[in-house]
Design a protein around this ligand. Sequence first.
Ligand code: ADP
Length: 244
Amino acid sequence: MLLLEEVAATQRQQAFYRNFIQNVSHELKTPLTVIQGHAAKMGDAPDDRESWLASRRIIADEAKRLTQLVDNLLTLARLESPSFALERAPLSFAALLEEAVLQVSDLAEARHLALSLNLAPGLQRLNGDRARLKQMVLNLLDNALKYTPPGGSITVSAQAERSGGGCRLECRVQDTGEGIPPDDLPYIFDKLYRARRAHGRPVEGSGLGLTIAQEIIRAHGGEIRAESEPGRGSTFTLSLPCTP
Ligand code: ADP
């Protein structure tokens, strides 16, 4: 009996590993193919300035995407290592949000999405790992950009809640995109999980972004939850302990 259970567990692990390699290879290959194609195009028509600039922009966007995927893979490996420790220091979460929003603003514009940031005045600082927290916010923004059709909007907001002697920073990333089917919602933070999409163009993804976001927030003593209405949009709300 025990042996059968062990065989089943090994098979599950192998299937998971295959799926992981497939997803990640695909995610690495797609931007590389686009970059190669546009680099060749730039070489073929160096005097066509408009097409040259468009290709340069596409190459820069795809390179960003590759960097984010590699960062996610490295973070996942680190988070799962027993010696993992956050590199904490006092930081301004408001400044971090401003930076992350600025970083994706070109992409939002190119996709005809309105991107806005609403920060409550005087947001408290928190003690956290800046690089990891920024990566978490970028993963949420990346999803909002991917799953919101042109003409939609993405709003990032943050405020602090004080209760007793404590303080929590609450941040929302809200979009007016395609939303997440209720059957999928409980699983979207699972590693490699990708919700089935009823219609629309295929959207690239590794199924790792939310797993990593959740692990980063949990490592900081915080929580993340998702609410969504198919066809109307999704809201990701995270709460983190801050310095009162
Ligand atoms: P992926 O690389 O597939 O985007 P994630 O772990 O970041 O992986 O997200 C898991 C799944 O959750 C996605 O495949 C998608 O189905 C769903 N999802 C996440 N964010 C959004 C969003 N803002 N709008 C709609 N669906 C989303």
